[in-house]
Design a protein around this ligand. Structure first.
Ligand code: ATR
Length: 276
């Protein structure tokens, strides 16, 4: 039996990745198991060594380790190197190579949505590991102006100077929204009570943005989602991150096993047939 895992912090307990991968193993009658590990920052080096020495067949990496794990790996794919974030570890003998399937997962999601990304003005919220993958994917797809707003301004300066796009202080996000076609939330916040920095994005009487057509929140599985409310208040369409999660899982599985399973064979619990 082969063992796969996802490493994150305590939030890994809420990850849907074990569910998705174990369902695919069972559906394909593969004798493998996928387990979550809660790893503290100071234990990350030891955890990577554990993956090596215990013969773990492959791993995912989630918040908050996507960037800090890099120094403990033996190599990186081109994309992971370019964005500076890893969400998938592939074993090559005793070497562990970092990949980033969030990039392809976000690309798959954009294509599925049918949103016309070429030349579109995008407001990207967040500047962590996931934001890097999404920013890369957006620019690679020919997005027009991509503006990045993050609670810690310096981090948005850092990712835009490396990858492209324009940083703005978070207080300017509500004005930037007026010129935005697509809003993407990559921060880990989704509950209204945590979204104080973003309250101005769900207008009451304020002028609504004319051009905002689509809101994406890369978090998933939350019935009460502040970003869905932002979409509703601005009369825009909304997608959460479930499709992206499944798409990146499919791409990780392909890297680990060489098998290309179609998206149709993954259960996709969403309906997004509206045209833009
Ligand atoms: P990931 O790998 O999923 O991107 P991360 O690297 O920990 O996770 O990044 C989390 C992102 O959510 C960051 O952009 C973070 O902002 P800071 O850079 O200022 O920390 C953002 N974030 C987390 N909690 C937030 C909050 N309460 N309000 C606004 N942004 C928040």
């Amino acid at each position: 039996m082969e063992i796969y895992c996802v490493i994150g912090d305590h939030r890994v307990a809420n990850s849907a990745s074990p569910l998705i991968h174990n369902a695919v193993f069972s559906y394909r009658s593969v004798e493998s198991l996928y387990v979550p590990f809660d790893v503290a920052q100071g234990e990350l080096k030891g955890a990577v060594q554990g993956i090596r020495s215990l013969g773990i067949a492959g791993a995912n990496v989630t918040v908050p380790h996507k960037e800090t794990i890099i120094e403990f790996l033996d190599g990186l794919s081109e994309e992971a190197k370019a964005v500076g974030a890893v969400n998938t570890i592939v074993r090559d003998g005793q070497s562990l190579i970092g990949h980033n399937t969030d990039i392809g997962g976000f690309r798959d999601m954009l294509e599925f949505s049918g949103f016309p990304i070429e030349g579109a003005d995008v407001l990207l919220l967040g500047a962590g590991g996931a934001a890097r993958a999404v920013l890369w994917s957006l620019l690679d797809h020919g997005a027009g102006n991509v503006t990045v707003a993050n609670r810690t301004y310096e981090k948005s300066v850092e990712i835009t100077s490396k990858l492209g796009g324009k940083p703005i202080p978070i207080e300017q996000a509500k004005d930037a929204l007026l010129k935005t076609n697509l809003l993407v939330n990559t921060t880990s916040v989704f509950d209204e009570s945590e979204c104080i920095h973003f309250s101005g994005l769900a207008p009451k009487r304020r002028r609504k943005p004319d051009n905002l057509a689509f809101v994406i929140d890369i978090n998933y599985g939350h019935e009460k989602n502040f970003w869905a409310k932002v979409a509703e208040k601005n009369s825009a369409k909304f997608m959460d991150g479930m499709f992206m999660l499944i798409a990146q899982a499919r791409r990780s599985f392909q890297l680990w096993t060489g098998e290309d399973i179609s998206m149709d064979d993954y259960i996709i619990p969403l309906d997004f047939s509206d045209e833009f």
